[in-house]
Design a protein around this ligand. Structure first.
Ligand SMILES: Nc1ncnc2c1ncn2[C@@H]1O[C@H](COP(=O)(O)OP(=O)(O)OP(=O)(O)O)[C@@H](O)[C@H]1O
Length: 707
């Protein structure tokens, strides 16, 4: 830092502020803010950074800044954002700030054309330039490429993913309508997999890896979407300001009178799976008028529609129907999908009450008779069988004299509620699997030479109240962060060293301890939770205490009462824990962790849907028997861990620094087909993400003061 030159110093709310150093202490500097002459404050030496000579000037690539540090990088991105330049490079990494409005001409056909074949840096930073670089690398290196899109919820990951797909299919498409189909598939996926959250009206509640495949002439031949772990808890419950998946509301708002009657639909407040969250529709002034009053909830009628330029439940319903047609779904299949969605809604309305008899079981409440009939009818089930399966569990004795005898164990009200919700989650998530499978059939390809994959997973989340869903998502992001650390920071620096470039070492925080805290065998939070689920009487409190006991002095874990926020300090030690993630500390409330971690559907219910009279429903559950272990076959309600699914199917491969592991994560479908020798440790590097795109929410730019 040079004498008499302004510096960036920390600011309690704005991140950084411009000031002058007026005194140098042993380990702190006295700073006088530029906009508050005469007022000084102390700042730790390592948190004060030199500022650029002209803080209002901006550059396309942060690497061209005279002083590259956290503050100058943020300032550059902020200045650019204020001028609608939402994209900025850091070498071949692209930072994108969500503008939350349509910047004129930014993504239009002329813009697409201009980026074709241009090297990174020739034109202003753009997501199209990143897509084109991936394409050119694929062509030159004759190797598949990937683009990782990372950022917190609402930062713009999905929108940027869509721009990448649009760019590639438009610029390098083969002229067939397959390009259109790939883009058309999005509304369908979003209807079933996206929902309104407090952070994002159109939040993707599943991770996806979209592959665009190219032939030997490097023209688009097809696509493939892999999806990871849909957020299932949302199907049965949402917090106050959030909604269930869009499709539920779109169907209620947009279905024709005929379909509405067939599916016995009402307004969102008439369904338990919708009425504990927000029951308003997204609508513009005009489309709101077109939705009939009897389809609107009292909340909607009182407060009015939810507003979002890109969302409109009724219009989106019609657009989704057009998209379905375009990608080849006929009316029967369309109705099949809607029927199952409505079936799930009616299932949620089934209520139970205690029998009052000595058996201690429960029965359906009288008023649930009609809803049972609707649900059974829509899902092709026998009404009585459904009633019995929801209120009892079939067990097969495995020992003793009566070995092999079938016994029916009556369920308590709470157990029946759980069984109902487990069935709803199983049916809806199978339906979502089907939607993705169906979408994939729309852009088939026989052979492909290479592909460009775009990874878009749920971003880091922290709310006032954080539960199991945030815990899983943040664990996943912790893994992604580790991948960045390994690939970008560690490997790059090793390369610099090998090549003798005297570049100063960049220090970064290794997050392995945080990952271990979550996933270590036996002592990790996930294993402790699984262990709790296996206890005869699992409890959230016992689980939370076990976590604290096992990690008393862990740097990354602490009790809620140590939180900076009063709301968390009110929680008891057995009601939650705080984890210090790479992106910040998050307080998780552990109520319902045990329940949410259990994905088991008891056998009587599973067999019921597997034998549905409805072919479509039956097919949704095809192959499900093959995944059961012998315990389940014997009728014991064995526990299936959701947390562990996150661990094994989604991220475990990402953790490995070796490229082969990364490959197996990104493209498990292709990975599984590879010959064994290629998968071995000595295999050559198969796969390397060529470009990375970080999305940032606009509030990121308000972290520090404007000057
Ligand atoms: N480039 C952009 N131009 C205009 N609006 C944008 C842009 N990117 C994002 N948005 C707006 O921000 C909203 C949220 O973006 P998006 O859904 O892509 O976030 P996300 O990072 O994928 O969030 P999540 O992790 O919750 O799915 C979009 O619905 C859109 O309204």
């Amino acid at each position: 830092m040079e004498d008499g030159k302004p510096v960036w110093a920390p600011h309690p709310t704005d991140g950084f502020q411009l000031g002058m150093i007026v005194d140098i202490g042993a380990d702190a500097l006295t700073i006088e803010p530029l906009n508050q002459k005469g007022k000084t404050f102390l700042a730790p030496m390592n948190q004060v950074f030199p500022a650029e000579d002209d803080v209002n000037k901006h550059v396309d690539d942060n690497c061209s800044l005279m002083y590259l540090n956290e503050a100058t990088l943020l300032n550059n991105v902020r200045v650019r954002y204020s001028k609608d330049h939402i994209y900025t490079y850091v070498a071949n990494i692209l930072i994108a700030v969500n503008p939350y409005y349509d910047i004129p001409k930014l993504y239009g056909p002329d813009s697409i054309k201009s980026y074709r074949g241009k090297s990174l840096g020739t034109l202003p930073p753009h997501v199209y330039a990143i897509a084109d670089k991936a394409y050119r690398d694929m062509k030159v290196l004759k190797m598949s490429q990937s683009i990782i899109v990372s950022g917190e919820s609402g930062a713009g990951k999905t929108e940027n993913t869509k721009f990448v797909l649009r760019y590639l299919t438009t610029t390098y498409g083969s002229g067939q309508d397959i390009d259109e189909r790939i883009v058309e598939a999005n509304p369908l996926l979003e209807a079933f997999g996206n929902a309104k959250t407090v952070r994002n009206n159109n939040s993707s509640r599943f991770g996806k890896f979209v592959e665009i495949h190219f032939d030997e002439k490097n023209a688009v031949v097809g696509g493939f979407v892999s999806h990871y772990l849909l957020e299932k808890s949302r199907i049965c419950m949402q917090s106050n300001d959030e909604r269930n998946y869009h499709i539920f509301y779109r169907l209620c708002a947009g279905a024709s009178e005929d379909i509405k009657k067939k599916l016995h639909l009402g307004s969102p407040d008439s369904f338990r799976y919708l009425n504990r969250g927000c029951t308003r529709y997204f609508a513009s002034k005009d489309s709101d008028k077109q939705i009939m009053q009897n389809r609107k909830s009292p909340e909607h009628l009182k407060v009015g529609a939810l507003k979002d330029l890109l969302l409109d439940d009724q219009g989106d319903f019609n657009r989704m129907c057009v998209a379905m047609k375009k990608i080849g779904l006929d009316d029967t299949e369309k109705l099949d999908l809607f029927r199952v969605v409505a079936g799930v809604l009616h299932l949620g309305n089934i209520d139970f009450e205690e029998t009052g008899s000595s058996s201690g079981g429960c029965v359906l409440k009288n008023q649930s008779g009609q809803t049972l009939e609707y649900c059974a009818d829509l899902l092709g089930l026998d009404q009585d069988d459904l009633r019995v399966s929801l209120t009892t569990r079939v067990m097969l004795t495995t020992a003793g004299g009566a070995k092999g005898t079938v016994i029916k164990v009556p369920l308590k009200v709470e157990q029946a509620n759980n069984a109902r919700d487990a069935l709803a989650k199983a049916v809806y998530s199978r339906l979502f699997d089907h939607v993705v499978k169906r979408v994939n059939q729309c852009f088939p390809f026989e052979t492909s030479s290479n592909f460009i994959g775009v990874l878009d997973i749920a971003g880091f989340e922290y709310f006032e109240h954080n539960s199991f869903e945030q815990f899983c998502i943040n664990y996943c992001n912790e893994k992604l962060q580790q991948f960045f650390n390994e690939r970008i920071l560690k490997e790059e620096q090793e390369l610099y060293q090998r090549e003798g470039l005297g570049v100063n070492e960049v220090h970064y925080v290794d997050n392995q301890d945080c990952i271990d805290l979550v996933e270590a065998k036996l002592v990790g939070v996930l294993d402790i939770l699984d262990e709790e689920n296996r206890l005869p009487q699992p409890s959230d409190q016992h689980f939370a205490l076990a976590v604290h006991n096992k990690h008393k002095d862990h740097f990354r874990l602490t009790v809620p009462r140590k939180s900076k926020l009063t709301i968390h300090r009110n929680l008891r030690d057995d009601e939650g824990f705080i984890i210090r993630h790479f992106a910040g500390a998050v307080c998780y409330e552990t109520t319902r962790f045990v329940e949410k971690n259990n994905d088991a559907l008891h056998m009587s219910l599973e067999s019921l849907v597997c034998e549905s009279k409805d072919k479509f429903v039956r097919e949704l559950f095809e192959n499900s028997n093959t995944t059961k272990d012998s315990k389940q076959k014997a009728g014991k309600l064995s526990f299936i861990s959701v947390g562990n699914k996150f661990k094994t199917s989604q991220i475990v491969c990402l953790l490995s620094p070796e490229s082969r592991a990364v490959f197996s994560f990104y493209a498990p479908r292709i990975w599984n087909k590879l010959p064994q020798n290629l998968k071995s440790a000595s295999a050559p590097v198969l796969f390397k993400p060529s470009v990375i795109l970080f999305s940032l929410p606009p509030h990121f730019c308000h972290f520090y003061s404007t000057v």
